[in-house]
Design a protein around this ligand. Structure first.
Ligand SMILES: [Zn+2]
Ligand SMILES: [Zn+2]
Ligand SMILES: [Zn+2]
Length: 630
């Protein structure tokens, strides 16, 4: 092209072109980015669409710069954040989009009064929303073949990297797969965060003045889609405005009611959407206990352990109590990896039990019915039983569940209770496949067995082949897991016997005072009522156990602990998280008991990590064990 014509065209574009920004469609196409799967492209398009519908351009202009931090610097190949500064362009006309920059200086140099300054060699990672008619054929084909979600009627995002050459020419390239991941996490996070920006007092409502926002910093967890990461992996994204603002510097004159922040950003999240997602994951704000959709919850940026409905609650909670435990929680979060069991081949993280059960093909089957809420109309202990063992285990195949039969490998050994160190050993001697999730249900009987054989150090009756009486306080769902408890009998390997007395208010009255032999060597007696009321009618136990007991949550523990103190019988407790252990120990000390067996991770905890509604702390059924009078 002739040089003068080119200049003319440039001026023409300047004047009548697409307004602020760099214009639409660049000819790049995500399908040709190496390492980006079609499924991830779909996720990027749906994240773009979700953000588009929150309409950030209504309030945000290019001069409103945001600082972004996605995960750790070391997560990225350059060992630094790829594009740590972002702005929204097009709010005053022209194509709506997002520009992301490698530095704040780049952003400032490039941000002109009306449009983007042509600064040579500045790279801009862009998302530009473009009408279909202006989209290059390659992108049209991609949208059709992958049936990608549109952001609005006839609007699709184009992701590319733009750069002016030293001659002022505009060049585009495809983003790298890493850059696409970066922009994805930003899209997800900013959609949640930007509605929380509060309009500042100065400059407000004066004509022609740009709205200014109060300093802001927030961290949200974004879940990588399955296509780019292991299931359930989260990345913390911190967004601040203006860049460099820190949390402590925030000053807040008025405190609006937290409910304000419960409103979804726009009408985007209609009741319809919530209903259409049958496994909506609800979290609970640690401060106000309000339920908040998982996608819209925030967590403490330092420890990442506690959930909030919004920044107001976070600030209040920080002042009132979180400040003193944030460091402790951070340490607990750092044990995530240590607690993860890597020997199993089934999903070991769940957000919703129904969903997890679906994923392993066991939803609403056999004993598994007790693990989700689908059968909650049946009281504990009254779930209709299956007659065949394999049906009790949800129709698992041979080699996937423990047959109600002796341990074959132990036939020719001396009859002694089998001592186990953990799941790996158990699965091996039972010849179970590591794809079998039965550990989730066996956690209850095997935790008891572990306590009986390993944790009671002095005069261990069971190891010596004698009878052991166990008082099992507060059973609930366990009442429907009797086929799993039968496994304890086989582990005894022809020696000793166990009498378990399950005592609790959840024992159904028609089953109270009944005995079920769940195997020749294991008997289970059921007693309805509170332990403190019933203990005197029962024979003295050798050990008391309470699983997932939530000592801090129930006032009735006071009476039970008094009995344990009076009798001096060893008692073991399991709790789901370390935080619950810490609080539980306080309850025990308060009752005058001494913790003689310190808190330890339970080798027979459920391998599936779940989460408490208001916390991200590592949480497992029977996760940790500790004891008194041992
Ligand atoms: Zn709240
Ligand atoms: Zn914290
Ligand atoms: Zn269910």
């Amino acid at each position: 092209m002739e040089i003068h014509l080119k200049n003319l065209f440039t001026r023409f574009q300047d004047q009548f072109g697409s307004g602020p920004g760099l214009g639409p469609s660049s000819g790049t196409c995500l399908l040709s980015v190496e390492g980006i799967s079609p499924a991830f492209i779909r996720s990027v398009f749906s994240a773009s669409a979700a953000l588009y519908r929150t309409d950030p351009w209504k309030r945000l202009r290019p001069s409103h710069l945001f600082a972004i931090r996605i995960g750790k610097d070391s997560d990225w190949s350059l060992k630094k954040q790829l594009y740590p500064i972002a702005q929204f362009v097009g709010g005053e006309g022209g194509d709506l989009g997002i520009h992301m920059f490698k530095s704040e200086l780049d952003a400032q140099k490039t941000t002109g009064l009306r449009e983007t300054n042509r600064v040579p060699n500045v790279e801009i990672l862009r998302v530009v929303f473009t009408p279909q008619s202006l989209i290059f054929p390659s992108n049209k084909r991609m949208i059709r073949s992958l049936s990608l979600e549109s952001s609005a009627v006839d609007q699709y995002p184009i992701v590319d990297v733009a750069r002016f050459s030293s001659g002022g020419e505009l060049r585009f390239r495809n983003p790298t797969s890493e850059e696409v991941r970066y922009v994805y996490a930003f899209l997800k996070a900013i959609a949640l965060v930007h509605p929380l920006l509060q309009v500042g007092n100065n400059g407000l409502q004066r004509r022609g003045r740009l709205v200014s926002f109060e300093p802001f910093i927030e961290t949200v967890d974004v879940q990588w889609p399955f296509e780019v990461s292991k299931a359930g992996e989260l990345v913390a994204v911190t967004i601040s405005h203006p860049p460099g603002e820190v949390y402590e510097e925030k000053k807040r004159a008025r405190t609006p009611s937290p409910s304000k922040y419960m409103e979804p950003p726009t009408e985007e999240l209609s009741l319809m959407d919530i209903r259409s997602n049958i496994w909506t994951i609800l979290r609970k704000c640690s401060m106000c206990e309000k339920e908040v959709n998982n996608d819209q919850s925030l967590c403490c940026g330092h420890c990442r352990a506690v959930i909030y409905c919004g920044s107001i609650c976070q600030r209040q909670h920080w002042k009132e109590e979180h400040k003193s435990v944030c460091g402790l929680y951070k340490a607990m979060m750092e044990r995530e990896e240590e607690l993860t069991m890597s020997i199993f081949n089934f999903p070991c993280f769940l957000e919703h039990f129904c969903q997890w059960l679906e994923s392993v093909g066991l939803h609403q089957k056999g004993m598994w019915r007790r693990k989700c809420s689908c059968y909650s109309q049946y009281p504990f202990g009254l779930l209709p039983q299956n007659s065949r063992v394999s049906d009790s285990w949800g129709g698992l195949k041979d080699g996937e569940y423990p047959p109600d039969a002796p341990f074959l490998n132990y036939h020719d050994r001396i009859s002694n209770p089998i001592l186990l160190s953990g799941w790996s050993e158990y699965y091996n001697i039972r010849s179970l496949q590591f794809s079998s999730p039965v550990a989730v249900l066996l956690s209850y009987p095997l935790t008891i067995y572990h306590i009986l054989t390993s944790l009671i150090s002095s005069k261990n009756r069971l190891v010596k082949g004698k009878e052991v009486i166990v008082h099992y306080i507060g059973p609930e769902g366990e009442l429907d897991l009797m086929p799993a408890f039968a496994e304890m009998g086989h582990l005894l390997n022809g020696s000793g016997s166990i009498q378990i007395v399950m005592i609790g208010p959840e024992v159904p009255s028609n089953l109270s005072s009944t005995v079920s032999g769940v195997g020749g060597r294991v008997r289970v007696n059921l007693v309805r009522g509170l332990y403190q009321d019933q203990a005197s009618n029962l024979s003295t136990p050798h050990v008391v156990v309470a699983l997932n007991c939530a000592l801090e949550s129930y006032g009735s523990w006071g009476g039970a602990l008094e009995v344990i103190k009076l009798t001096g019988v060893p008692a073991f407790f399991t709790e789901r998280s370390e935080r619950l252990c810490t609080n539980g120990k306080q309850v025990l000390r308060g009752a005058g008991l001494h913790i003689s067996h310190p808190v330890m991770p339970n080798p027979f905890r459920s391998p599936v990590r779940d989460q408490a509604p208001s916390s991200n702390l590592p949480c497992y059924s029977n996760g940790f064990v500790f004891g008194v009078n041992t």
